[in-house]
Unconditional design. Structure first.
Length: 362
């Protein structure tokens, strides 16, 4: 069967060359006579896989030496608890609520300390990023938390909040590697890999070394202490080895694509094709404020639920799949991560134009 254009928000499209390489190496990885799935995580071959993956990620993001890179499990959602457990010294943190993922992290953190929502865009269904230039940051805040790209609502920070000197923590699950990042602006960056990097089952934490402490909140499980994982170079127990191997291949692919500067140009070009069409369309329209638009997730509606459903159905039949919006917001959403080729977006827009001609109320 032909491959489809997969606009899923996650797990999502991966580069075809990576899938092909993985297929080629399935039965015999690099002369070992076995699949990466079958090998010891203590083997020389796997050691090289994880170390190369880390180095390539460091090169791509220009991660300074005083930051650790951890390959963990539990998904992004487990970090909602791990972050307060590890970073709360004063038991205080401030959260900026720009969507469901930020809200979930906020609700989870409430179990561990005094947390406050210092800004929110809930008043307009998270269709914008609030002004974060002068927030009421608590003097004792151990960190300020953001979700950098809001996968469900399709907004992204173009400018970082003024944290008034406090540590910034960011969930970059849905936009990591889509553009350059100045890692030093953050104390901690984390991402579940299944949006823009690899298969579900790996979450990567990039943390400044001085934030890795022994004296974490009482009751923090051994596995959730960053210190445990950092001291063991992510090999405290069996890591999600196959997932890390695929992530490593994607890191190499991003390097071959020209790195993050090139990725940004590529992503801006792709997103512009879709946004320009939405801005000129008489049927479809984007749902978020222009200045806050995400390069990765593009929600849109026709304004008529039945027509939305018809569009999703016909698009699916034509090979443009997973365009249905998140169950909580309806409408459509096209996720156009790194691995979505430009032709995918061009063809989607052609399809939308045709649908518009056929369905525009006369
Ligand atoms: C998908 C997503 C999550 C949740 O990821 P899991 O790995 O399923 O826990 C968290 N944050 C963002 C921004 C996401 O896009």
């Amino acid at each position: 069967m032909e491959r489809v254009y997969n606009f899923s928000a996650g797990p999502s499209v991966l580069p075809e060359v990576v899938l092909k390489q993985a297929a080629d190496e399935m039965m015999n990885y690099n002369g070992t006579g076995m699949s990466v799935m079958e090998m010891s995580h203590r083997s020389k071959a796997f050691e090289e896989i994880i170390q190369t993956a880390e180095q390539d990620l460091r090169d791509l993001l220009k991660i300074p030496d005083n930051y650790k890179v951890l390959f963990l499990q539990g998904g992004a959602s487990q970090q909602f608890a791990a972050i307060p457990m590890n970073l709360m010294k004063n038991g205080v943190a401030d959260y900026i609520i720009t969507g469901q993922w930020a809200k979930k992290a906020f609700e989870e953190a409430k179990q561990y300390g005094k947390v406050k929502a210092v800004a929110s865009s809930a008043d307009k269904t998270f269709s914008y990023i609030p002004d974060c230039s002068d927030l009421d940051i608590d003097e004792d805040a151990d960190y300020v938390y953001i979700c950098h790209n809001n996968t469900i609502y399709g907004t992204a920070y173009k400018e970082l909040p003024n944290t008034k000197g406090k540590i910034l923590v960011a969930d970059m699950s849905s936009d990591i590697l889509s553009q350059p990042v100045n890692v030093e602006d953050y104390g901690l960056i984390y991402f579940g890999v299944q949006k823009n990097v690899g298969p579900a089952g790996v979450v990567v934490v990039i943390i400044r070394e001085d934030l890795i402490r022994e004296d974490v909140l009482p009751g923090t499980p051994t596995m959730l202490k960053y210190k445990t994982q950092a001291d063991a170079d992510s090999l405290y127990n069996t890591p999600p080895a196959y997932g890390i191997y695929i992530c490593g291949k994607v890191f190499k692919w991003v390097k071959e694509m020209g790195g993050l500067e090139a990725m940004k140009i590529h992503n801006e070009k792709k997103a512009a094709i879709l946004y320009d069409f939405l801005d000129s369309s008489k049927l479809f329209k984007g749902t978020v404020e222009k200045k806050d638009r995400s390069l990765m997730n593009v929600p849109f509606v026709t304004g008529n639920e039945e027509l939305d459903a018809k569009f999703v159905k016909e698009a699916t039949a034509a090979g443009f799949v997973n365009l249905k919006g998140h169950r909580t917001v309806g409408g459509m959403r096209a996720s156009i991560y790194n691995a979505m080729p430009i032709e995918g977006v061009e063809k989607l827009v052609e399809f939308m134009k045709r649908f518009e001609e056929e369905n525009l109320p006369k």
